[in-house]
Design a protein around this ligand. Structure first.
Ligand code: NDP
Length: 453
């Protein structure tokens, strides 16, 4: 049977664009891609990239005091949101252009419309046009979830925070995950009075307890008002235009903006998936095998829509593995083990492998952990602390987990991740000479376990 294309990709985010251009450019496939929003997807347009630029913006506020302690006359006064936002918009436009050019340059035909599945080999575009393809790849990503409660429509989600009409004076952030904690740091650094409500006992559930504890302490020291064990029960608009909220701990307050950072869900609604036999999980995610193939053999899915490990570089690798498998005749399963990642809180966290708690459940371990005041800020009279931590298997001596809470932790964990992925033992770490004076030298100089479990 003749198809219009060898591959039709739905979704122009990191995963979809990579798969489309590699299939077309390297494997010579005839490829089309449909995107109903902006090219670049969540990461580039409303996630990692603008978020990190906002992290940078927010970090300048503390620098004047530090510089003064080093002998400079320095002052940083008002943050001009409009100036920053104008540059941000320009940068996102530039990046979207790069993505469009990458697709065009690889010979991928693009349709600026939403698309859904009509049958195992047919995609229907929003204007009703139908296109056939030998393979269909779904890479539609995810979307923020808003909790169901009175007044929830008064709140915003992470998609909106990059385009606020003005900087609020007071913000409430609901949630204790990546997005909530990163934006608490950003807003606080930009001079916004920041309150965070998290329903659980400690923020950043799932990460190493000691690392979460240090981040929470530092966030509080930086001035963020964290309420744990607390959720919003009700929200109302006041006469002055503010948002009044009532917390489950009895805390009542008014805010200019309420940000719901209460998780994301896969974008599978109204896509005709179940009708053609694609299986969805309980969170609406597309169920795929290790080759990203769905229950319908001609349909594959990658990235956040599959809710495996929801990170841009993972979606990109899933896209590459899909092309290897389907277009290059080299069956390649995606390796989801030991993925290093960073959370851009202030201080930043870099992590790879198991937390102390996960490792201790699995086998007997040694924990090497040190928390200290780093040279740069300690000299400036600040109390900020950092954490360097290794979890080691007693039996194999392998480093099972590495957790860093420190400025630049994301950069450090990329390197440590190589060693951990290679299966380095504690003794391999010990054999490496320290780079002095740095914070991360502690990773190779800790000789005695802090504790065993
Ligand atoms: P997360 O799943 O990390 O966090 C959601 C938070 O909201 C949790 O604290 C959760 O609580 C809470 N929550 C969920 N439902 C409710 C509710 N009804 N009421 C109150 N609180 C609620 O999601 P995020 O949105 O922060 O991030 C989504 C994903 O995006 C992440 O999992 C990550 O993969 C990715 N991401 C990665 C980043 C990075 O790598 N630096 C940055 C940003 C996002 P509980 O813990 O109790 O479930």
């Amino acid at each position: 049977m003749d198809f219009d294309y060898d591959l039709f990709v739905i979704g122009g985010g990191s995963g979809g664009v990579r798969a489309a251009r590699v299939a077309a450019g390297e494997a010579g496939a005839k490829v089309a891609l449909a995107e109903g929003d902006r090219y670049g997807g969540t990461c580039v347009i409303r996630g990692c990239v603008p978020k990190k630029l906002m992290v940078f913006a927010s970090e300048y506020s503390g620098m004047a005091a530090e510089a003064e302690a080093y002998g400079w006359s320095a002052s940083i006064t008002d943050f001009n949101w409009n100036t920053f936002h104008g540059k941000l918009v320009e940068e996102l436009d530039r990046l979207e252009g790069v993505y469009r050019r990458l697709l065009a340059g690889s010979g991928v035909e693009t349709f600026d419309q939403r698309a859904k599945i009509a049958d195992a080999h047919t995609v229907e575009l929003a204007d009703g046009t139908r296109k056939t393809a030998k393979h269909i790849l779904i890479a539609t990503g995810g979307t923020p979830v808003r909790p169901d409660m009175p007044g929830a429509e008064l709140g915003i989600v992470s998609d909106d925070i990059f385009h606020l009409p003005e900087m609020p004076k007071r913000i409430l952030i609901v949630g204790g995950g990546y997005i909530a904690c990163e934006f608490a740091g950003i807003m606080n650094g930009l001079g916004v009075e920041t309150t965070l409500y998290y329903r659980g006992a400690q923020i950043l559930r799932g990460f190493d307890d000691e690392a979460r504890g240090l981040i929470a302490d530092e966030m509080r020291d930086n001035g963020i008002d964290i309420h744990t064990g607390t959720n919003v029960l009700e929200m109302k608009k006041t006469d002055s235009g503010a948002i009044w909220t009532k917390g489950s701990n009895g805390h009542e307050a008014e805010f200019d903006v309420v940000l719901f950072a209460t998780g994301r869900k896969p974008m599978t609604d109204n896509m005709g998936l179940e009708e053609v036999g694609v299986k969805l999980g309980r969170a609406g995610e597309i169920i795929v095998d290790q080759y990203s193939q769905t229950a319908v053999p001609s349909i594959y899915a990658i990235g956040d829509v599959t809710n495996r490990v929801n990170l841009t570089p993972v979606a990109i690798r899933e896209g590459m593995a899909f092309v290897e498998t389907v277009f290059k005749g080299n069956k390649t399963a995606v390796d989801h083990d030991l993925i290093p990642s960073a959370v851009f809180t202030q201080p930043e966290m870099g992590t790879v492998g198991l937390s102390e708690e996960q490792a201790a459940e699995q086998e007997p371990i040694e924990v090497y952990s040190t928390s200290f005041r780093p040279m740069q800020t300690s000299f400036a009279g600040q109390q900020k602390r950092v954490l360097m931590k290794l979890i080691v298997s007693k039996e194999t001596r392998k480093v099972l987990g590495c957790h860093i809470v420190a400025p630049g932790a994301g950069e450090m964990i990329q390197m440590a991740g190589i060693a951990v992925k290679m299966g380095a033992t504690k003794e391999d770490f010990n054999r490496v000479c320290a780079v002095h004076p740095t914070m991360s030298e502690e990773l190779v100089t800790m000789r005695k376990p802090t504790r065993t479990a």
